[in-house]
Design a protein around this ligand. Structure first.
Ligand SMILES: Cc1cc2nc3c(=O)[nH]c(=O)nc-3n(C[C@H](O)[C@H](O)[C@H](O)COP(=O)(O)OP(=O)(O)OC[C@H]3O[C@@H](n4cnc5c(N)ncnc54)[C@H](O)[C@@H]3O)c2cc1C
Length: 441
């Protein structure tokens, strides 16, 4: 496939999602690829790698196992190579720390022949049937691209003017390593990140604060929907069926399914609740924390050395105020494509919400040649569903992209395996009902 030093695939960004594509490409000599990352070494949301944060997903949902457990970059191979498989099994963990999963991905990323760190992609152009990617002044040609540059921290408008060392997004927490001793701390946002941050601040990981206010717009501190039937949303057949639904229905379903990916793990919630119980009813500590659901941050003012935050209650409409010396925003992430794609973006077709329109195989619809495709990962929640920003099907999606590039089933992802009959599949695979009927006694 490769001619004249031209690669088949260049990946921009090495987060978990492009790393999965890199891992599954690395063992396939018929596919030449190179993945560029601006960071000096692999780092998975380093500002949020708190020492006691746990994964939301199983360690088997790693870079490769979902489609090729024999690939050398699996989590199990990492355990064996690090000589810790037996203690790992003895520990009985089903959910591992984010620190260990990050260590695993770094181990994999730095062994792969097709990854380049400290290599920001500065520009991407298109000439003579190939993408021309510039990194550190050097040009690389590739038939296809895969954009895996992740998401950007989201900051509510009312706080924008106050960002700095005392008011920052949680994605920078571990990098700031703030001294919170005797400080009034406000944590804004009630998802998994808010919970992880609350837990660590409560545990005095950054010094013993004077007071913690944890504020969430959500109606309660809500748990992740971790039911086994819920897991069926995170399986290939559901995604295949979902893709073909009408856009309004897709938007409605994604919004209905929010807590399947955006809630807080039961284990984390239990840990926090037990801490609070012990603190309040056993230690009888004087009141030094408050958890306030149903409160929306609407305005921020600077007061003396700190901040005064105005909140509006979601049910009563009442206004209240929270004073803080340090504000940690756990307000999530938003989509955004990097500047290096700016030159090509006018040729990429976008939907009403400004997002690139993706094919079933994750290729953006663009005005250029169909022989040159711009794949995008973590960009298709509207098209492919709630699983898109999760690790659950990262390996399956990577295999789908590789198969599409190679125009053959390099990875066998044809298996249809599910417990629920979603009723979404028939329209696009008319043979499916017959298969099911013939399986009946
Ligand atoms: C704190 C946290 C915990 C999470 N935990 C889980 C979990 O347990 N389970 C789960 O399923 N999902 C989890 N997620 C969701 C998801 O798995 C992660 O967000 C994941 O990191 C997304 O991967 P990505 O490859 O899209 O992007 P990222 O991890 O953001 O990686 C993108 C990379 O692109 C690089 N980049 C950007 N621009 C350029 C450029 N021009 N040139 C070169 N490189 C560039 C960036 O430096 C970055 O390293 C979590 C998310 C967060 C924020």
């Amino acid at each position: 496939m490769s001619t004249n030093n031209q690669l088949d695939l260049i990946g921009v960004g090495i987060g978990p999602f492009n790393l999965s594509i890199a891992a599954l490409s690395a063992t396939k000599p018929q596919l030449s690829s190179l993945f560029f990352e601006k960071k000096e070494e692999f780092a998975w949301h380093p500002g949020l790698l708190l020492k006691d944060s746990k994964m939301q997903t199983s360690f088997l949902k790693d870079l490769v196992t979902g489609v090729d457990p024999t690939n050398p970059y699996s989590f199990l191979n990492y355990l064996v190579c690090q000589h810790k498989l037996h203690p790992f099994m003895a520990s009985g963990q089903t959910v591992i720390s984010r620190l260990e999963f990050s260590d695993y991905m770094a181990w994999a990323a730095h062994q792969m022949p097709n990854t380049r760190f400290n290599s920001p992609v500065e520009a991407i152009d298109y000439h003579d049937g190939a993408f021309v990617v510039t990194s550190k002044g050097q040009e690389y040609r590739s038939q296809h691209l895969v954009m895996g540059t992740g998401t950007l921290p989201y900051t509510p408008k009312c706080v924008e003017g106050f960002m700095g060392s005392q008011c920052f997004h949680a994605s920078e927490l571990a990098l700031h390593n703030p001294d919170l001793t005797n400080k009034r701390v406000a944590i804004i946002g009630g998802g998994q990140t808010g919970a992880d941050v609350f837990q660590h601040v409560f545990d005095n990981s950054f010094g013993k604060p004077a007071f913690i206010n944890w504020v969430s717009r959500r109606p309660n501190i809500e748990s992740l929907d971790e039911g086994c039937f819920t897991d069926e949303y995170f399986m290939p057949d559901y995604v295949n069926g979902f893709y073909h639904l009408d856009q309004n229905k897709k938007d409605r379903e994604v919004s209905r399914q929010k807590l399947t990916s955006d809630g807080i793990t039961t284990e984390c919630l239990k840990g926090i609740y037990q801490r609070l119980y012990h603190d309040k009813y056993v230690l009888r500590e004087p009141n030094w924390w408050s958890i306030q659901p149903n409160q929306t941050l609407v305005e921020v003012d600077k007061t003396g050395g700190g901040f005064r935050m105005q909140l509006t209650h979601g049910l009563t409409g009442a206004t209240s105020f929270v004073d803080a010396d340090v504000v940690i925003l756990c307000t999530g992430f938003k989509r955004g494509l990097p500047n290096c794609l700016a030159k090509l973006m006018p040729q990429v077709e976008t939907d009403a919400s400004g997002q690139a329109i993706l094919s079933e195989d994750y290729a953006a619809k663009w005005q250029g040649s169909n022989n040159n495709r711009i794949y995008m990962v973590n960009a298709g929640t509207r098209s492919h569903g709630i699983v898109e920003p999760q690790l659950s099907l990262a390996a399956w999606r990577a295999a789908k992209i590789i198969n599409n590039i190679c125009d053959e089933q390099i990875y066998d992802i044809s298996e249809s395996n599910h417990v629920l009959d979603w009723g979404l599949f028939e329209e696009h695979n008319p043979s499916q009902p017959e298969q099911r009927m013939s399986a009946m006694p």
